[in-house]
Design a protein around this ligand. Sequence first.
Ligand code: FE2
Ligand code: FE2
Length: 611
Amino acid sequence: AASCARRLPSLFSRGCALQSDTMSASSLAAAPTCRGTAASSSSSPWRRSHPSTSSCRAPQSTRHPGLQSSPIHARQQQRWQRQQVAAGGSGIGQLLGRHRRFGVTLPKRKLVARASYDHPDDRADGSDGECPAPSSSSSSFSSSVSSVSSATDEEIYEGFASSSLSNGNLETLNAEIDALAAARDAAAAAASAAQAAYARAIAARDEPPTASSDEAAILYNASPYVNVECEYGYIQSNVGLYIDISKARPPGVPKNVLAISIENFQRELAAMGAAMRGEDNQEGNGGSDILVPEDGSEVTDEAVELMSELRDRLVELELSNDAIWDRERARPEVPAPWIIKVPYFVLCYFLDAMYPENRPIQRFWFLETVARMPYFSYNTMLTLYELLGWWRRSSELRRVHFAEEWNEYHHLLIHESLGGDRMWRDRFLAQHSALLYYVVLLGLWLVSPALAYNFSELIEAHAVDTYAQFAEQNKAALRLLPAPRIAKAYYESEDLYLFDEFQTARPRSSRRPEIRTLYDTFLAIRDDEGEHVATMKECQMEDSMMADVNRVNVGTAAVVFFVGANLWLQRLAGSAGLDTLEMDGMDAGEILGEDGLIAMFFRLIPFLLIL
Ligand SMILES: [Fe+2]
Ligand SMILES: [Fe+2]
């Protein structure tokens, strides 16, 4: 019951916006909830109550219309005890307009057109691909629109709806719909402005601008790279970026697995051949591709020269592995048992060995390729447990994990834009490591979800140290270089719903990074990783096995001891011939042999201990 009382508030005190979530939360909150044995870890709050058992009622939720949060957010809200601000912004129609791109080939350097998804008949109407501005022609309601700031949503809606439905005039109804749309957009714009001011105030409070940052802004504005796009990714040159997809039509589907894998294999085979021959300046293996826009704009020789220079500046960036470890030793240690720490250290030292200090972008690209896998694996297992009817309490966590995976994906795309995937061996290593990591994490989850989250917490904390060190070490250079297009599209999107979804260490919608330079970009990535650390920490429930790391260490030692004893006993029995010995009609082999009762007992002990 105590366990139930600790866990339930996090589930029941969440704010809701989407109707389905509101229904779910309100239904849950109104339910009698756990009683007696319902307090066990996998019990449903819908369990039929038993009159003879004691009950524990979850607190009623505190709901804020327009505010949506996950169980993790709710827990943080309880801690903060502060009012949150509803998120503004609407729609993804204006996220990015359509792109029409064409290839440009200039001598001396190889330019590759970004992959385009647009169809030839796109924008036949001459539109610019942006969402149409809301009509303001519904003059009869313009006065109502202007008073939107003083009227409640319900008043506006009821006023329009009652008048239109009573006269049944379609023309009038359409005008009302237009006016409602305009009212909605005006309200959204006001909310968006308030949101931006709120986020700026928080940023100014947490990181006040300094003389050096003002000076850096002046230097950047004078930098020749201000308007230069840095896009050098090999995979992007083949398959493009999702932000270039026309919002006006479906993105399509991939070819069947045979066709698409053969196509990719042929590409990679040529790159692999170049890598094996040590030719590090070939297509797919260190080639000097520069991706240029295909939107009809002219790419001048001067622009290409700057793109080339910018790529050379990126190659000069460095990252000190020793300094990363110094940072890790200087901060509070993430509590973790040795069974998790050992593979963590192996992975980190492997990274240090594979990526010496002059290849930071490649190292980041590798890391981010792998870093997506934990969230993918958690959602796989949560979905599986839901399917089997074992566990549904943390279903909302899947949304947070997807938001985290989406965030890691953008880190990956940023590093790809910077050319992190240009070498064949980096792609081979990262993609196969990611697949292996995914399978290993699925297995680790089966043994202990808390241990899986603990491992991720360690990795994410290491990522914070790595990005912080990189930004600090290359501060002057990064402040002069522009952010990749994908970084601006992600962090400065009008729709930051998914971005807010994984901000678990701070009030929702309080973080709005302004991305101009590469320095801004790396600071934003560093802070993202900090949020991931907080989320992974939250996912290890207070009453789980991770509450006492030493207990896990003792359990691990016991498992190792019993496995060792099992093996030793089997060998001893085999060498002494005891496995064939028969005493007083009793077959000793059945007891002491490899498949004997004692061996079976020892095999079971590790599982019993873990459970
Ligand atoms: Fe990341
Ligand atoms: Fe991360």
